[in-house]
Design a protein around this ligand. Structure first.
Ligand code: NAP
Ligand code: MG
Length: 501
């Protein structure tokens, strides 16, 4: 049963979205795109148009970057003391909390994932991220260093941290509000000004976040939002007025960004794809492992950069593990995310549906054994729904094992020898995350040390927290979000030498 209040909220939101096109936020004002163009954004659960949104392009990016530059140099922001920045970030977190239900429903409508997950992951996660980074302005400073000059000269040497400047934040559609928070919160905490470019599929919560930032009292131009397509992102990355680009998305676009940022050598941080292994030792608690493995791949319909898409199960537990994971998959309730019982929503778009279904075909053709899913759920005839899918008997040469599918497709492989297992798990261009399932401390630490991944989870999976660094080895990215490392990414270090003699 769909809850009436959620449906009423969704109806109200849809009516207000239909009433007028969504505009860009530039310099504290809501404006149309310079071209006057708009584009449609959709509800993936129905395929229906949800809103018209301003299609920002290079001219709008230029205005937004100039506004961000002016704001960056204005005393109102540049000289704002650390505690006042903390207060603004806390106020923004409070406003997200005030509007939590509306944001959760809006995200459900625009992204498709179940509202019970948008409440938890997008909204609560964003509140937590803003509150965490709100603590940093008063704690993020330099140090005094014991330098050793020659000739009896006495020196005071200290470092300061300064904001890097104007930051372009380019985010994907899979966790729209969270990804915005992950970037906006540390950037503002460090004292940058920002231009946020949400993905074309999911622009709506980024715009609401911009509105709340205005209400919180951030000075005009500190937080700008330019909606549009990849050309708006590309214009940001090329713009000489941008000092830093933080990007989450595909490895392919990440590489294009690195090339385009070379013009003025922008600082670049990248959070890209993954093909995360989950390795199961024969001594693992299989019930726990199976539940987390199902969750690790089917959460968010597999559209997660850390999705545990390759499972390496020891031959002694291989069959039992597959049976248990399949049981979990079969129990997932697939449906419209407004239904409080839904665990599993649609994919983001027809394009993504075609991509996932193409991989299922390739997997079968290359000899993997399809044991669950692989198709549209028969009871849902519209929207971009795709069943949780499991392949057994996969091997290292298969494309479903090597490439990021970004959908609910799990490949299960069998292992016998630990050295070979680790070699296979590391045999990937990606290195974002990995999971280990074992009750033996030595197995856990040996594997954690050997796996090439930015995050290793032992007897758990997909836990994230703003206090701990998140990012990838190899082609999964550059830099780390969260924690002190995020503050470092949005700042420069200055070393000051003072002659005291
Ligand atoms: P994408 O093309 O990498 O898009 C991510 C963001 O970059 C969007 O805001 C996009 O704008 C923007 N963008 C596109 N081209 C750009 C350019 N040349 N310069 C600067 N910004 C640019 O990702 P996608 O097309 O949405 O998804 C494709 C695949 O990427 C997925 O199937 C998945 O494998 C991977 N992906 C990974 C993550 C992750 O969390 N690591 C997230 C999403 C997707 P537009 O949306 O307007 O094009
Ligand atoms: Mg794209």
């Amino acid at each position: 049963m769909i809850s009436t209040t959620t449906v009423e909220k969704a109806d109200r939101l849809q009516a207000s979205l239909a009433a007028a096109p969504q505009r860009l936020l530039i310099d504290g004002r809501w404006v149309e795109a310079a071209s006057g163009k708009t584009f449609s954004t959709f509800n993936p659960a129905t395929g229906e148009v949800l809103a018209q949104v301003a299609r920002g392009g290079p001219a709008d990016v230029d205005l937004a970057v100039s506004a961000a530059r002016r704001a960056y140099e204005s005393p109102a922001w540049r000289q704002m003391n650390a505690m006042d920045r903390t207060k603004l970030l806390l106020r923004l977190a409070d406003l997200i909390e005030r509007d939590a239900e509306e944001l959760a429903v809006l995200e459900c409508l625009n992204n498709g994932k179940p509202a019970k997950l948008t409440r938890l992951v997008e909204v609560e996660g964003s509140i937590k991220t803003f509150r965490y980074f709100a603590g940093w302005p008063t704690k993020f400073g330099g140090e005094t260093l014991p330098v050793s000059p020659r000739g009896g000269v006495r020196i005071l040497n200290y470092t300061t941290r300064e904001p890097v400047g104007v930051a372009a934040l380019i985010i994907p559609w899979n966790y729209p509000l969270s990804m915005a928070a992950w970037k906006v919160a540390p950037a503002l905490a460090a004292g940058c000004t920002v231009v946020l470019k949400p993905a074309e599929q999911t622009p709506l919560t980024a715009l609401r976040l911009g509105e709340l930032a205005l209400e919180a009292g951030f000075p005009e131009g500190v937080f700008n939002v330019v909606t549009g397509f990849g050309d708006a992102g590309a214009a940001l990355v090329e713009h000489p007025g941008v000092d830093k680009v933080a990007f989450t998305g595909s490895t392919e676009v990440g590489k294009a960004i690195v090339r385009a940022a070379a013009g003025n050598l922008k600082k670049v941080s990248l959070e890209l794809g993954g093909k995360s292994p989950q390795i199961v030792f024969p001594d693992a608690h299989l019930g726990d492992a199976a539940a987390a493995i199902a969750q690790g791949i089917f959460f968010n319909q597999g559209q997660t950069c850390t999705a545990g898409s390759r499972v390496y199960a020891h031959r002694d537990c291989y069959d039992r593990l597959i049976a248990a994971v399949s049981d979990h998959a079969a129990k997932l309730k697939i449906g419209n995310g407004l239904d409080p019982d839904s665990d599993f929503g649609p994919l983001i778009s027809q394009e993504q549906w075609d991509r996932v279904s193409g991989y299922v075909e390739v997997g079968s053709k290359q000899g993997a054994k399809l044991i669950a899913g692989g198709r549209r759920p028969p009871h849902l005839d519209r929207g971009y729904f795709f069943e949780p899918t499991i392949f057994a008997d996969a091997d290292a040469s298969m494309r479903i094992v090597r490439e990021e599918i970004f959908g609910p497709v799990l490949s299960v492989l069998r292992w016998t020898d630990e050295d070979d297992l680790i070699r296979q798990a590391n045999d990937s261009d990606y290195g974002l995350s990995a999971g280990i399932w074992t009750n033996n401390l030595r197995n856990a630490h040996r594997a954690a040390a050997a796996l090439q991944a930015g995050t290793v989870w032992v007897n758990c999976f997909n836990l994230v927290d703003p206090a701990t660094p998140f990012g990838g080895f190899k082609q999964s990215g550059w830099g780390r979000e969260h924690g002190r490392q995020a503050m470092e990414m949005y700042s420069e270090t200055k070393s000051v030498w003072v002659n005291l003699t």
